[in-house]
Design a protein around this ligand. Structure first.
Ligand code: AN0
Ligand code: CP
Length: 320
């Protein structure tokens, strides 16, 4: 595997899940395949889970790991070509990327949407430059449009907790005070469509996700109706994707707290498990009561981030 971005990059999902459970049973089974291989993790944005779980996964495989927070201690990077660099940016991504590629075998990159320009974000301008100029396999640790390590961990979690063969999985928008990216819901939709689940999305009008990710997934604008009979509730905020009104891209259009997932919502589900990628703002996205309930699986979900990262790194090492 040279790039891990989309669900198609992982190939057959059953095979990937079997590999995940094999690793989960004994995470040190492949503890020597990464010997003398270096994994470089580049963060343009903050992280708790991705940072820790990916380092742990690499160490489980015997890799060396280098972590760089680009905005803390490195030179400020220019990303646009043709700019006269007379401002505060000391280095261009076009030199920085091949240099970073010299010091490692595999690169993971986190670079969120900037919301300045929908086209630039949705073309994955930054990550594509890493793919093109680093000379190394690149895995996405949340880019402008996708967060595949999260969705793979979510799929593993659903597979572990499901009580029927084809569970009903609901992706629900929830309020948040700041504009957040669409990467998590985009990827989640892409992975759920490829999985054997009954997938429904619910959000207020104006929050329609890009069709390249949701395809023809059923959108139910009535949140309570969407929740009826659900086996898994996956809550997440996202800002306006700008599909119907490009001028609204990246805006917060709605802060209606009736969308906050609470006991009233969960009561109409099939005793659903509650999921969220974290970090989560309590009593905005979900009430204390729901996230602390016995059916909240946010911690096992986060734990599976180590497993999803390990499957991806193992495959990348094996194809070096
Ligand atoms: C990010 C997001 O919504 O994409 C990261 C989630 C994994 N969340 C925040 O910035 C709070
Ligand atoms: N879920 C997730 O990616 O968390 P972090 O932003 O803390 O890495």
């Amino acid at each position: 595997m040279r790039v891990f971005q989309n669900v198609s990059d992982i190939g057959d999902l059953r095979t990937a899940l079997d590999e995940a459970f094999e690793i989960k049973k004994d995470r040190y089974k492949y503890s020597t395949i990464g010997k003398n291989k270096t994994c470089l993790l580049i963060f343009f944005n903050n992280s708790l889970r991705t940072r820790l779980s990916t380092q742990k996964a690499a160490m489980n495989l015997g890799m060396n790991v280098i972590v760089l927070d680009v905005n803390q201690g490195a030179w400020k990077l220019e990303t646009e070509r043709g700019v006269i660099m007379d401002g505060d940016k000391s280095e261009h991504l076009l030199e920085a990327i091949p240099v970073m590629g010299c010091y490692c075998d595999i690169i993971g990159v986190r670079s969120f949407a900037t919301f300045q320009n929908r086209a630039d974000d949705y073309e994955e301008k930054i990550l594509n430059q890493f793919i093109q100029y680093s000379g190394k396999p690149v895995f996405f640790m949340e880019s402008a449009t996708v967060h595949p390590l999260q969705s793979f961990a979510d799929l593993i979690t659903i597979e572990e907790y499901k009580r029927n063969k084809r569970p009903k999985v609901v992706l629900s928008w929830a309020p948040h005070p700041k504009a957040l990216p669409q990467a998590v819901p985009n990827s989640f939709a892409q992975w759920m469509r490829a999985a054997d689940v009954d997938f429904v999305v619910t959000h207020p009008e104006g929050y329609e996700l890009d069709p390249q990710f949701v395809g023809d997934t059923k959108v139910e604008y009535d949140q309570m109706r969407a929740f009826e009979g659900a086996d898994f509730i996956y809550a997440k905020n996202w800002s306006c994707p700008g599909v119907t009104r490009p001028a609204d891209y990246g805006r917060v259009l709605n802060t209606d707290r009736s969308w906050t997932v609470d006991d009233r919502h969960m009561a109409v589900t099939n005793n659903a498990f509650f999921m969220h990628c974290l970090p989560v703002r309590r009593n905005m996205i979900v009430t204390d009561s729901v996230i602390e309930s016995p059916t909240s699986i946010v911690i096992p979900e986060a734990a599976n981030r180590e497993i999803s990262a390990q499957v991806v790194l193992k495959r990348m090492i094996q194809s070096l």
